[in-house]
Write a protein that binds this ligand. Structure first.
Ligand code: IMP
Length: 198
């Protein structure tokens, strides 16, 4: 008996194509986990235990990636979350607001910000500056997906899962359109007609 689940038609009818399969996501996440673990071991050595880095997941899109990535790490890591919002119900960017903030001070702490996708660069450049202003010892940025052609604000990513060259709106593996599609097991491009004319 096949264990492959059949996705509901309402989840897939507006999908143009699968861009990154579940197996590709899994493989790349494991690679990133090894790379990040190695880098923090080099940076912190024996101080890792008393100065454990904090993984800061950006709600809501990064939680799926964060859950897989942090389980691929071989070093200790704490969790916290921030929720920046600019997209509301649509796919067009707007001004950035912080809907949820960290639950602890970050003075002297090493922070790994985990994001689903970098588009204009506004969110990550704003958050990195904010966290450094709060006294973080280091802020590393890790994004599952990067759309460099859409960049408006320069931001240097320390870790990137996949670079997306196509001009497409992506959903799945945490990414949404109007809060839908986050639970798709892969990353897919949405049909333009699904969000055009919104
Ligand atoms: P930035 O501040 O313009 O870099 O926007 C980053 C945020 O925009 C991400 O955290 C997503 O919430 C959203 N975003 C940008 N492109 C996409 C996409 O293709 N699909 C889903 N969300 C996106």
């Amino acid at each position: 008996m096949s264990s492959k689940k059949v996705l509901d038609e309402s989840l897939t009818r507006d999908i143009e194509c699968i861009m990154i399969s579940a197996a590709q996501l899994q493989a790349r996440t494991q690679e990133l986990g090894r790379e990040i673990s190695r880098d923090y071991r080099r940076l912190l050595g024996s101080a890792l235990e008393e100065n454990t880095p904090i993984a800061i997941g950006l709600l809501r899109g990064a939680i799926t990636f964060m859950a897989d990535l942090t389980r691929a790490l071989s070093i200790p890591i704490e969790y916290d979350f921030m929720q920046p919002s600019s997209y509301g119900q649509s796919h067009e960017a707007g001004p950035l607001r912080l809907l949820h903030d960290l639950t602890q001070p970050v003075v002297g702490r090493h922070l790994l910000v985990i994001e689903d996708i970098v588009d204009t660069g506004q969110t990550l450049s704003y958050l990195k500056e904010k966290l450094l202003q709060r006294g973080a010892a280091s802020v590393k940025l890790c994004a599952l997906l990067d759309k460099p052609a859409r960049r408006q604000q320069a931001v240097t990513l320390d870790y990137t899962g996949f670079c997306i060259e196509q001009d497409a709106f992506l959903v799945g593996y945490g990414l949404d359109y109007a809060e839908r599609y986050r639970n798709l097991p892969y990353v897919a491009a949405l049909k333009p007609q699904a969000y055009q004319g919104e």
